[in-house]
Design a protein around this ligand. Structure first.
Ligand SMILES: [Ca+2]
Length: 148
């Protein structure tokens, strides 16, 4: 469960970085960057080539009652002008999204013991601005919970 470099192929890949800090590259195709709850060790997954509309982040077993909790988190996402980021929380669970240039930093906290940071690099999120509804739509587009 150390720090890994994972390079996808030209087709559609399911890419697990696992625990620790990982460098992930999906290559062409519609790639799934997947994470298990056990991998949420406070580490960082850097995704070098996240492609909006093609690639997704998948959380296999994030919550015991999976989709409803992510729905709650996303429903609570609001712009926080102090941190210049979007934040949503529900109990011990939280999500935040900060967009800087062509880089987005997404932090998902499942509970007080499990969190993971994702850096999506070379992505154009300029259309989001500070519009919380647009950020919710974006997160809905790129996040899947559960393996189904
Ligand atoms: Ca690929």
């Amino acid at each position: 469960m150390g720090n890994d470099i994972v390079i996808g192929g030209g087709g559609n890949d399911v890419i697990y970085g696992g625990g620790g800090n990982n460098f992930l590259f999906g290559g062409d195709g519609e790639d799934i960057f997947a994470l298990r709850l056990a991998d949420m060790d406070g580490g960082l997954n850097y995704i070098a080539d996240f492609t909006r509309g093609e690639d997704i982040l998948r959380f296999d077993d994030l919550f015991s009652n999976q989709s409803s909790d992510m729905d709650k988190l996303l429903a609570n996402v609001a712009w926080d002008s102090n941190s210049q980021s979007f934040k949503g929380s529900d109990g011990d669970s939280a999500i935040s999204l900060k967009i800087e240039g062509d880089k987005a930093t997404l932090v998902i906290q499942a509970d007080s013991d499990h969190s993971k940071t994702f850096v999506l690099d070379h992505v154009n999120f300029a259309d989001i601005g500070n519009d919380a509804a647009a950020a919710q739509d974006l997160l809905n587009d790129i996040i899947r919970v559960g393996m189904g």
